[in-house]
Design a protein around this ligand. Structure first.
Ligand code: CO
Ligand code: ZN
Length: 353
């Protein structure tokens, strides 16, 4: 195995307990979450991840759809970890005479969450989402919303934004102490976890693929093609999930700060029981509290990976996130640190189910 530059200086996962390590982790999450990467336009996220991968992997490549694939060699079976680079956003469908933009969602957005939100286009144009007479609208549809980019006519708008341009929610990350709030924690938090696992994993016992995928929010497209190319023996997605710990929240047994969640099922996947057991054993070995995630909706990259070729035993490590798919997603750093420790413990053993 080629020597991996930079690993000598890296510290063990237990060091994530120190406040400096937590600060570094917050900075990494904030930096990644602050980049614009709506589904199909992940270029800026990819560039940042490629830069951060320097010295951490034996091989790095970008595939035809734009997925970033970093490999750490090991003797055991091929394991594919995936976190998606893309985030939910909006796409311009029409520009009116006064310069107001109409738009459609890119990924799962709820129109009720949007009035007053700001969006940022890839070229830096900023807009605010306005709503037609809100009091008259019983069921808010995207058609009743518009984006105001601060111009007075169509020509002014077209100088800034074209039909088909995409934008993302625009908010800086706020450090609330134990918790952070930012746009796009789904799934830059997963990207940050994969990068940290790469940094902390001293001796991978498996041929380990760290895949940063495109277009998850549009139906797991990057995971489908990258998994086909890699042909892994096991698949593990690292992604955001919901919580049931806010006022009047749906009865879901997931809360911030109670540890990473090991998925049992969602509507795209029933986790392979063997993989689920391995993840639980790794959490116990690493001394990480964990939660079990059962959803009757949603899905992530593992939903695509497990259906690849003749089938791939797969599971998911989820990070509970409040207000997921809004401009202000909230996560707890203990859950992130726990996921990193769990995955390092998992990958330091040869995988077998
Ligand atoms: Co999502
Ligand atoms: Zn996600």
């Amino acid at each position: 195995m080629k020597s991996v530059k930079g690993l000598e200086e890296s510290k063990g996962p237990k060091d994530l307990k120190t406040s400096k390590d937590l600060k570094d982790l917050k900075d990494l999450i904030g930096e990644l979450a602050g980049i614009q990467g709506p589904s199909g336009s992940e270029e800026q996220v990819r560039a940042a991840i490629l830069e951060k991968l320097e010295g951490l992997a034996d091989e790095v490549k970008v595939d035809a759809l734009g997925n970033v694939i970093a490999v750490r060699h090991g003797k055991g079976p091929k394991v594919m970890l995936s976190a998606h680079m893309d985030e939910i956003g909006v796409i311009v469908t029409h520009i009116d005479e006064k310069g107001f933009l109409r738009f459609a969602p890119v990924g799962g957005l709820n129109p009720h969450r949007l009035p007053g939100a700001r969006v940022a286009f890839l070229n830096g144009a900023i807009g605010v989402i306005g709503v037609e007479k809100l009091e008259e609208i019983k069921e808010l549809k995207f058609a009743r919303l518009y984006i105001d980019i601060g111009v007075t006519d169509k020509a002014g708008a077209e100088a800034k934004v074209k039909i088909g341009d995409t934008a993302v929610m625009w908010r800086p990350m706020e450090d609330l102490g134990q918790r952070v709030v930012a746009k796009a924690l789904d799934d830059r938090i997963g990207c940050a976890i994969l990068l940290e696992v790469l940094r902390l994993l001293k001796k991978p016992m498996n041929e380990t693929y760290f895949v940063f995928t495109v277009e998850e929010e549009l139906g797991r497209r990057g995971a489908s093609t990258s998994a086909f190319g890699i042909d892994p023996g096991y698949g593990i997605a690292v992604d955001a999930t919901i919580t049931g710990d806010t006022p009047e929240a749906p009865k879901v047994a997931l809360a911030l700060g109670k540890g990473p969640a090991i998925k049992v099922k969602d509507s795209s996947l029933i986790s392979h029981p063997g993989v689920r057991k391995l993840l639980i054993a790794a959490a116990e070995e690493a001394g990480v509290p964990y939660q079990l995630e059962v959803l009757d909706f949603g899905g992530n990259d593992a939903g695509a990976i497990h259906l690849t070729r003749a089938g791939v035993p797969s599971g998911t490590v989820s990070i509970p996130i409040r207000y997921v798919h809004t401009p202000s997603e909230m996560a707890d750093l203990d859950d992130v640190a726990g996921a990193i420790k769990l995955l390092v413990a998992l990958l330091e053993k040869p995988l077998a189910i």
